[in-house]
Design a protein around this ligand. Structure first.
Ligand SMILES: [Fe+2]
Ligand SMILES: [Fe+2]
Length: 273
């Protein structure tokens, strides 16, 4: 591929662009940006993880991430103002996918590795490719989005590193992790349902099924690389078992309390033990 507009591993929207003067296109962008704004607002609450941070490294990461998410929230507010758009309430799927989880092993996988990974797909693939460069407001918007993307990449990398560490420590997590990934992938199509009727005629929307399949493929591959998605797709009944195991762990996690460790480990963590 010679097109430098499309980042390696990204979905290619070809020459499909939104028209920022068209009211219908503005409504679609308003929907997408509103989900991003909500996601960034909940992202700020990663600060809550500071309390559960099991190491100084984790504490440093969550402090830095909270600052970055707060800046992202402001950046998206700037984009709304630049495009003269007003945010909508978030879609229920976004609310579900971005809800905070106090159980650390689920949090790092579902929020950081998978959740922020998909956020990155949307920012990098949809927004950076389909906003029209001819519009004088777009270059600055894209510049801001690139900053956000770089930082989201760091958050995903952290989630993957922690997921690997936890899987090595607690190999039993493999099955619920796989089940939860299956569940997350099954709710994704519900998010694009709102656009299905118009999907046939719009230059960007016509790509939605292809983009969705790309995201699902990428996430399954991510799960394989992390070591909890089997290479060969398991049978329906094995997937159902994994999903119910995943749901059970998720249900239990809803009652999990954050427990702090730093006041017990700080002397060793500081290398003074
Ligand atoms: Fe963010
Ligand atoms: Fe993030």
């Amino acid at each position: 591929m010679t097109d430098e507009r499309v980042a390696p591993g990204s979905y290619d929207f070809g020459d499909a662009r939104f028209d920022l003067k068209d009211p219908a296109d503005r409504e679609i962008l308003r929907f997408i940006l509103s989900q991003a704004l909500y996601g960034e607002a909940t992202g700020v609450y990663c600060g809550k993880s500071l309390y559960a941070a099991g190491s100084l490294e984790a504490a440093r990461f969550y402090l830095r991430q909270a600052k970055q998410e707060l800046a992202h929230l402001q950046l998206f507010a700037d984009i709304f103002r630049a495009l003269d758009l007003k945010p909508l309430p978030a879609h229920w799927v976004i609310k579900l996918l971005s809800s905070h989880n106090n159980y650390y092993p689920l949090k790092v996988l579902m929020e950081h590795a998978i959740g922020e990974g998909m956020v990155l797909d949307i920012f990098k693939d949809i927004l950076l490719q389909t906003l029209p460069d001819e519009d004088p407001r777009v270059p600055l918007i894209k510049k801001k989005l690139r900053v956000v993307c770089r930082e989201e990449e760091e958050h995903v990398a952290w989630g993957e590193k922690e997921t690997r560490r936890l899987l090595a420590e607690k190999p039993w997590l493999r099955t619920p992790y796989f089940g939860l990934l299956e569940l997350q992938m099954s709710v994704l199509p519900l998010l694009v349902r709102a656009f299905e009727k118009r999907a046939g005629s719009h230059p960007v929307l016509v790509h939605l099924p292809g983009f969705l399949a790309h995201v699902q493929r990428r996430v399954y591959q991510q799960g394989k690389d992390l070591g909890f998605v089997p290479e060969a797709r398991p049978s329906t009944s094995r997937r159902a078992i994994a999903m119910s195991f995943g749901l059970a762990v998720f249900a239990r996690s809803q009652f999990a309390r954050s427990t702090s460790t730093l006041e017990k480990t700080y002397i060793d963590e500081l290398g003074l033990g």
